[in-house]
Design a protein around this ligand. Sequence first.
Ligand SMILES: [Zn+2]
Length: 122
Amino acid sequence: MDGKTHLVAGVLAGIGIVALENKLGIGNNLDKVLLVAGCGLGSLLPDADHPEAPAGRILPLWIFFKHRTYTHSLFFMLLVGLLGLIFHINIWLTAGLVLGIFTHLLLDCTTPMGIRWFYPFI
Ligand SMILES: [Zn+2]
């Protein structure tokens, strides 16, 4: 699946969450922008394990990991969330990153190659 598809799905998920937040009346406008931006970034992040993907050119994790292994697992999603909390990254940006990664995993699991959600364990 290409980066544009992942980006659109991630941003749409973020907008959906913002729409829900608007009904609940939580968060300010900056938080909402950070959430959507985080979703967009997070939706591209797992493909940093591929040298030709946009994220792979900026953050070359493909040097260390094979494609669709560690960065395409729930482990990676949780790791990004934990790092965001540990380093006190804005909670809305962190939540957006996690949600964006989740949308990426959801889309990639529908492809013939699929993903291993619990890599390296299962
Ligand atoms: Zn992918």
